[in-house]
Write a protein that binds this ligand. Structure first.
Ligand code: 8YV
Length: 310
């Protein structure tokens, strides 16, 4: 008998097909509570994505669960402590999406600072016939503050070096091997940056840490870029800061209540928004899918997991 695997949230079609070929795949989105209850004792693996939430209560409902495989590098949606208490392994997809996320981060920084989206709208709305587009802010040589100097933060820093940016960072600890300046405090980092780039993992430790005081410190010429998690930013404070000109703009790929983006963040010339798409290229989504499948297969055959969460 094939092991029962629960597809808990959105996964690419090709990955779903491969999982279905190998396992008895059940789709959570098509099941009632009673359906889940009926097979709860036989569900051994759960595959979810980086945005979905797997609570302690949900884990408790699945007594035979032994693997949670996350399609994504961020696993802040999963109650890892609850999983560990039960001896349930958790895997994710680090590394394969680093380049794409860093690329989009740089794209958002350029698009926001140079107002690329607003400039396109300017042409499309006939503005050019009336005069030139407003001047924008220079990226090359500016001060970049990175919050979270993990794999993605470092990939962004390497790209930013090509723009001759002065790079500083904050995070849990200084990384002495890196050639960038460590600043112990997020507010100080904001104060000393033209661009504040958020790369820190989501979760309780970072919830709402980009608050009114940090945005105030970033200042009226400062730009916030978030490719991490919406939860890292106090979105109400961000909207207020944009409305009163406390910061110059924001480039955002992630939001507090996805897929709902507050109207106050839309239709602004100084805000560039994308729908949590940093890792969504064909190449990377294929690699992420491969890694999920390899982890599930390894778990199933008793081999060591490829990318367990640390
Ligand atoms: C994905 C992500 O959008 O890796 C992550 O943590 O947030 C993204 O790459 C997500 O996991 C796919 O649903």
């Amino acid at each position: 008998m094939k092991p029962i695997v629960l597809k808990h949230a959105y996964l690419p079609d090709a990955l779903t097909v491969e999982l279905r070929e190998r396992y008895d795949l059940r789709e959570f989105s098509q099941m009632s509570d009673a359906d889940v209850e009926a097979i709860a004792g036989d569900i051994t693996a759960l595959v979810t994505n980086g945005e979905a939430v797997v609570t302690r209560a949900f884990i408790t409902r699945l007594p035979a669960l032994s693997l949670i495989a996350v399609f994504g590098v961020g696993y802040d949606g999963v109650d890892v402590a609850a999983a560990r208490e039960r001896g349930i392994a958790v895997t994710h997809t680090p590394g394969v999406l680093t380049d794409d996320v860093a690329d989009l981060a740089i794209g958002l920084m350029l698009a926001t600072s140079r107002r690329i989206v607003a400039a396109q709208k300017f042409i499309e709305q006939g503005g050019w016939q009336q005069g030139g587009f407003t001047w924008t802010r220079k990226v090359s040589g500016a001060r970049l503050g990175i919050f979270g100097m993990g794999r993605i933060g470092q990939a962004i820093a390497r790209r930013a070096q090509a723009f001759d940016m002065a790079i500083s960072y904050t995070g849990r600890q200084p990384r002495s091997a890196l050639p960038y300046r460590f600043v112990p405090d997020l507010q100080q980092l904001a104060q000393e940056s033209d661009f504040l780039m958020l790369c820190a993992p989501g979760g309780d430790a970072t919830r709402g840490v980009v608050n009114a005081a940090v945005l105030e410190a970033l200042g009226p010429q400062g730009i916030l870029i978030n490719i991490a998690r919406g939860s890292v930013v106090n979105e109400t404070a961000l909207i207020a800061a944009l409305e009163r000109g406390a910061i110059a703009g924001a480039g955002l790929d992630v939001f507090t209540d996805e897929p709902n983006v507050p109207a106050a963040l839309q239709q602004r010339d100084n805000v560039v928004i994308t729908p949590h798409m940093a890792s969504a290229t064909w190449e990377t989504r294929r690699e992420m899918s491969r890694l999920v499948l390899e982890n599930v297969n390894a778990w199933c055959t008793g081999e060591p997991l490829i990318t367990p969460v640390p």
